[in-house]
Design a protein around this ligand. Structure first.
Ligand code: NAD
Ligand code: ZN
Length: 276
């Protein structure tokens, strides 16, 4: 099935010489061992209550339980730091090398794996932030800062000590810092999350490749819808059908059902060959 579709994609691509925008979600990092939000690992206990990621990843939770939110993020940052980029991340580095300025990567992931694999910072929009960075919790400045090296790997339930709290402060005003990620009760903006640039890129895309995303968040839905309306060829890679695979199939594109690490290396080779 996948082979038949790959042959069709080979033909579809022959008439496409414009920009190729790749949109990635948590699924592309699943084979690197980073859990997506939808599995059972997503839950987190604070006190005697279990919280879902949609409750933990909020400004509201940060305001009421800042230490618990930092504990969750520092544990997840440890998982991301220990993980290695997989075949799908590497394939996208090859695609960028081949396409150069015709390539743009928009990622919902905060794990930094695309950058570690070798995609260039100038061609990647991290629309939900990056777990390795922090910024002022009181928003006194727009600057973002790398989380200090003194913050080491964390066990799951390791509480923060006084020294951690001191390290996790805004260098400008001394208030507590917060993780540099977009929370579920916050809005996208251009400066931090490249919302306008992403929409513009989607409108100009000749091909839009979505990988490992459930299509549950606002900006990704806009990106795929706008690209589809403007006539881009949509290709979705995911082991499960989802809103993006449905839009791809109904707009004349393709749904490659399977794992990113297995499908992307071959798909990227096909895209690369069709563009030479
Ligand atoms: P999601 O958890 O909602 O969905 C993950 C998607 O990946 C699902 O559609 C699933 O079918 C698919 N998937 C699972 N394994 C796959 C594989 N091997 N190959 C390809 N696809 C696979 O993730 P989301 O839609 O990205 O949204 C949740 C938000 O949570 C994200 O926007 C992100 O900010 C955050 N998040 C980030 C990470 C990360 O940085 N790695 C991890 C979890 C959550
Ligand atoms: Zn500050």
């Amino acid at each position: 099935m996948v082979n038949t579709l790959l042959n069709r994609i080979r033909q579809d691509l022959s008439a496409r010489a414009g920009s190729i925008v790749v949109l990635t979600g948590a699924g592309i990092s699943a084979e690197s061992g980073i859990p997506t939000f939808r599995g059972p690992e997503g839950y987190w206990t604070v006190g005697s209550r279990e919280y879902r990621p949609e409750e933990m990843a909020t400004f509201r939770m940060y305001r009421s339980h800042p230490s618990a939110v930092w504990q969750w993020y520092l544990f997840r940052r440890t998982i991301c730091q220990k993980a290695q980029p997989n075949a799908a991340h590497h394939a996208l580095v090859d695609l960028e090398k081949k396409l150069e300025n015709r390539f743009l990567l928009i990622t919902q992931n905060v794990d930094g794996l695309h950058i570690r694999a070798g995609n260039s910072l100038k061609r990647i929009y991290q629309i939900h932030g990056n777990i390795n960075y922090m910024r002022c919790g009181a928003a006194c400045t727009d600057k973002i800062y790398m989380i200090p090296d003194s913050i080491k790997e964390r066990e799951k339930n390791e509480p923060l000590c006084e020294r951690d709290h001191d390290a996790l402060r805004c260098p400008v005003c001394g208030n507590s810092a917060r993780p540099h990620v977009l929370w579920f009760d916050e809005y996208y903006d251009e400066q931090r999350y490249r919302v306008n640039s992403s929409i513009k890129a989607a409108a100009n895309a000749d091909v839009l490749l979505s990988v490992g995303t459930s299509g549950a968040t606002n900006l990704p839905i806009q990106i795929v819808s706008i690209a589809a309306q403007r006539g881009a060829l949509l290709i979705d890679v995911n082991p499960n059908s989802n809103p993006f695979s449905e839009i791809a199939e109904s707009s004349g594109g393709s749904f490659l059902k399977g794992k990113a690490g297995q499908i992307l290396p071959e798909l990227v080779e096909i895209i690369g060959n069709s563009q030479s």
